[in-house]
Design a protein around this ligand. Structure first.
Ligand code: NI
Length: 169
């Protein structure tokens, strides 16, 4: 287990298209996921994508029990999601404040689809599918964006709604 440094916006690796996992339940994949879990826990994140710790592969983890970074947020099940696909189930979008471990200290108001279905594979290569709404759907969309080289500021509609958290409180 290891807590890895989180790459910050500007690092070219965060702008890459990550590659699909082809080998499941491998030593490398297990080690990567453990490092991601340790890092997310240490940084109090709601989610983390593999490229954020320097591995350009399509692996995200997320989950919120009771998170000091999101005191009002609904719980999100602890999930390991590999080679994800998102399907939107409605055109409705909601705006919500997001942060990202790759942009420490900042927040932005980001539109996301309210109702989605996501599918992918677990650590062992078992396919699964989950329907999600609200904050759960937002977290999944944010993390999966990382796999396509997209950081949340690229989604902000009004850049006046992009700010240092310390100035918003
Ligand atoms: Ni992020």
């Amino acid at each position: 287990m290891a807590i890895k440094p989180v790459l910050r916006m500007g690092n070219p690796l965060l702008l890459q298209q990550a590659r699909a996992i082809t080998d499941f339940d491998s030593h490398e994949l297990n080690a990567l996921i453990r490092d991601m879990q340790d890092t997310m826990r240490a940084e109090d994140g709601a989610g983390l994508a593999a490229p954020q710790i320097g591995e350009s592969v399509r692996v995200v983890i997320f989950g919120v029990d009771k998170n000091p970074r999101y005191p009002d947020a609904e719980a999100v099940p602890q999930t390991i999601l590999i080679n994800p696909t998102i399907t939107t189930l409605s055109d409705d979008m909601d705006e919500g404040w997001e942060g990202c471990l790759s942009l420490p200290g900042l927040r932005g108001l980001v539109p996301r689809y309210r109702h989605i279905k996501y599918s992918g594979f677990d650590l062992y290569g078992n396919a699964f599918e989950v329907e999600a709404t609200g904050f759960h759907a937002r977290v999944v969309q944010h993390e999966c964006d990382h796999l396509d080289g997209i950081l949340y500021p690229q989604r902000i509609k009004d850049l006046r709604q992009f700010a240092y958290t310390s100035e918003l409180l």
